[in-house]
Design a protein around this ligand. Structure first.
Ligand SMILES: Cc1cc2nc3c(=O)[nH]c(=O)nc-3n(C[C@H](O)[C@H](O)[C@H](O)COP(=O)(O)O)c2cc1C
Length: 383
């Protein structure tokens, strides 16, 4: 199809999918635009790059079912706090119950204010959710991944292996088939707690945590790296320290010490993209990357992809007031996917066609490929 033909189809699809997004939109996109949206997370193939980050939107099987139905590619479960066989949790302070969430404008974008932290129900309940996620994953409907906050010691303390052992083995058993994919969440600890004032301590965690987890089951580990309260240079040191992980999720929210809250919005994506642009932050083949932070358009997905992210995880954009989405029907997940992909100006399809028109993205075997937005590993600079 000519490029003006593609643009006309895009306008038409954007309008007609406002009522309902087809479940198999990746196949439709491939057929209509010759665009292959295939993406990757932790070496797993995804039909497209858009996933949901860990949080309040992946707390129960009903939410997962809705997301599978909408055609989301990945859902990371709410973070559970690790425990030992007796149920002791050294990070128990993070298992806080809090119901109120406020979606607000911040810096010209959106942020969600919420003071709770990890999973606040029983570990058995979490395992039941993991099994529901496993079933959806096996059925090929949605890749579901648990997220854990494990013990993080002071510099002069050992890791509490009993918590690493019990939690990792229980999750691996609930999952069944090896390997278990798991995200390690560093966020609240690095943000608000006094433990996060010590740089050497943070770097030790990032260096040592993967092997602590690996000691107890066959796992593939994505480490979700927090925005620490230090400069960009330290943020790059964190990336390097975490290089033994299988994947890095870059980077969780910023922290406002005055208000005592984590926040997102444009400041978050500005910082994340800036750090990923740093010479020492340049993409290498390993660990692979998954982007997170203020992703609200296909154009922003392409920005993260240009910095090595083979998939993305959104939270805030799946929580906007309904009238903020151009779609008029379907679940919030469907409405978000609709605009992220099909918006004729800033949707992912439009951006890929624009890159092609500018000679920045070439067809392979007649197709434009999402993964070709990533810099090639041996290039000196991002494409
Ligand atoms: C209300 C809320 C709860 C969250 N809970 C978690 C969590 O438990 N574990 C985690 O790793 N990230 C958590 N996050 C971070 C999100 O997964 C996401 O990475 C981050 O908000 C940046 O993406 P966004 O700008 O699209 O929201 C939470 C975010 C929000 C807004």
């Amino acid at each position: 199809m000519s490029s003006s033909g593609s643009r006309a189809s895009l306008t038409k699809d954007f309008e007609r999918f406002k009522r309902e997004l087809p479940r198999d939109f990746p196949a439709h996109v491939r057929e209509t635009y010759r665009i292959d949206l295939s993406a990757r997370y932790l070496d797993q193939p995804l039909p497209h790059p858009i996933g949901k980050g860990s949080g309040q939107l992946s707390l129960n099987a009903g939410q997962l079912e809705t997301d599978a139905e909408a055609g989301l590619a990945l859902a990371v479960l709410k973070t559970v706090i690790a425990q030992d066989a007796a149920g002791a949790q050294s990070m128990a302070a993070w298992a806080i119950h809090e119901t109120k969430m406020k979606v607000e404008r911040r810096g010209g974008g959106w942020t969600v204010t919420w003071k709770g932290r990890g999973w606040d129900r029983s570990f058995d309940d979490y395992l039941a959710l993991v099994r529901a996620g496993r079933d959806l994953t096996r059925a090929g409907r949605l890749l579901v991944v648990p997220s854990v906050k494990y013990h993080l010691p002071r510099l002069d303390e050992p890791f509490r292996d009993a918590e690493y052992a019990f939690t990792t083995r229980a999750l691996a058993e609930a999952w069944g088939e090896a390997p278990l994919l798991v995200e390690k969440d560093f966020s609240p600890t690095l943000a608000g707690d006094h433990l996060s004032d010590e740089r050497a301590q943070i770097l030790r965690w990032l260096r040592e945590v993967p092997e602590r987890i690996r000691g107890h089951a066959p796992v593939r580990i994505a480490m979700k790296v927090m925005n620490a309260r230090f400069d960009d240079d330290f943020q790059c040191q964190m990336l390097e320290a975490a290089s033994s992980a299988d994947a890095l999720v870059v980077f969780n929210r910023l922290f406002d010490p005055t208000a005592g809250i984590a926040y997102g919005g444009p400041e978050l994506s500005d910082r994340n993209l800036r750090v990923l642009d740093w010479p020492s932050g340049r993409p290498t083949v390993r660990p692979s990357r998954c982007g997170t932070g203020n992703i609200h358009s296909g154009r922003m997905i392409a920005e993260y992809a240009a910095r090595g992210c083979s998939s993305v995880q959104l939270h805030t954009f799946f929580q906007l007031p309904l009238e903020e989405y151009p779609a008029t029907g379907g679940s919030r997940t469907q409405r978000a996917l609709h605009v992220l992909l099909f918006d004729p100006r800033d949707g992912l399809i439009a951006v890929m066609l624009e890159r092609e028109a500018r000679g920045q993205l070439e067809r392979r075997g007649g197709e434009l490929c999402f993964l070709d937005l990533l810099p090639s590993p041996d290039a000196n600079h991002p494409r």
